[in-house]
Ligand binder design. Structure first.
Ligand code: DAH
Length: 349
């Protein structure tokens, strides 16, 4: 019994010495450790046999078993260290940096097409002596509609168009909404400043509308010129100059009567289609003209609301969609391209 156990122990040591030196990976080492020293390992099984030995034999065999166990363990530790070193070195070699390779190319930043067009619009009016004003995106019903002469039952107030902000207070004067146009900035400026006023107001606006040419959030640039003796002739002069600067000196510009509650008379401004030169095509819907902006002479009721005397002062206002102008300028037929952050599109401007 004793001899048998000792023979097993010696055999284990012999095997360990041979096998261990052939291992190439830490994984193999760990598997072997479990195979020999684990709970059900070979040496552990041998140690279980100690119980069957006489009290005199037991320490002798036990000691030998422990010696072998320690030999194997220290061998395992040594080998593990050496393999770890080898693995590290191999990793290091494979990741070695070649300093002679060309560096990574970082793309230069550039402006978004909407930002480009907005800046272009702004610059035209800055050159004419206008200044830039801003107003809040979240407006009250009063600034967005009431002060702009929208009657209480005007269809533009309808839920289908306007995003209302839920509030406990149902008071039309303080009811909150996302502005549906930049025209409320006219009121905010005229409340604080008196003529002469030459201002533009760029910014985001919101409407419940979504298809290839409409987005629930889009951008407008509003304009307002109030002074003594401002006439419809000034409106036509400024807006014709604007259209030709942005779309080309050879564009024809047309003013059509239209209605907006805050102007009288109101107009819509068209330019001749650049694609077909007024002959009629897919882009202009066949009639040769493209609608660019809304405009008109500031309604006396609006001037009165902000305590500017309509007998002394007159003015004109206009509003245009930045997306629409960018789409026409660059021939883009889907408004969603502006918001999808696809660099293949954005890099082209
Ligand atoms: N606010 C109008 C809209 O969003 C556009 C507009 C029309 C603005 C006529 C004006 C104007 O200032 O005079 O449809």
């Amino acid at each position: 019994m004793k001899e048998e156990l000792l023979a097993k122990i010696e055999a284990l040591q012999k095997e360990a010495v041979q096998v261990l030196s052939s291992f190439q990976s830490i994984k193999e080492l760990q598997d072997y450790k479990i195979h020999v020293l684990g709970k059900k390992g070979l040496l552990t099984e041998v140690l279980k046999g100690l119980g069957g030995l006489s009290p005199e034999e037991r320490p002798l065999v036990g000691q030998r078993a422990n010696e072998v166990k320690q030999t194997i363990e220290s061998q395992l530790i040594l080998l593990q260290k050496s393999l770890e070193g080898k693995e590290k070195e191999a990793k290091f070699r494979s990741q070695k940096i070649d300093a002679t390779l060309p560096g990574l190319q970082f793309g230069k930043g550039f402006r978004h097409p909407l930002s480009l067009v907005q800046k272009e619009i702004e610059q035209i009016f800055l050159n004419l002596g206008f200044s830039i004003h801003e107003g809040p995106d979240c407006e009250s019903d009063y600034y967005n509609f009431g002060a702009l002469n929208f009657p209480p039952d005007h269809p533009a107030r309808e839920m289908q168009d306007t995003f209302y902000i839920k509030s406990e207070i149902r008071n039309p004067k303080s009811e909150l909404l996302l502005r549906t146009h930049t025209s409320p900035v006219q009121i905010r400026v005229m409340e604080k400043q008196k003529p002469p006023l030459y201002i533009i107001a760029p910014g985001a606006v919101y409407r419940h509308d979504h298809d290839v040419t409409h987005s629930p959030m889009f951008h407008q640039v509003e304009g307002l010129m109030v002074d003594t003796n401002i006439t419809f002739g000034d409106l036509k002069g400024v807006l014709t100059l604007f259209c030709r600067t942005i779309f080309g000196a050879d564009r024809k510009v047309r003013f059509r009567p239209s209605f907006f509650p805050f102007v009288e008379p109101g107009a819509e401004v068209d330019i001749s289609c650049a694609l077909c030169n007024g002959k009629g095509c897919r882009v202009c819907g066949g009639d040769g003209w493209l609608e660019i902006l809304g405009a008109g002479m500031v309604h006396p009721a609006v001037l009165e609301e902000v305590k500017i005397d309509p007998k002394k002062y007159s003015g004109f206002a206009f509003g245009m969609g930045v997306e629409r102008i960018a789409m026409l300028k660059y021939g883009i037929d889907d408004i969603r391209l502006f918001y999808e952050s696809d660099l293949r599109f954005l890099e082209q401007f």
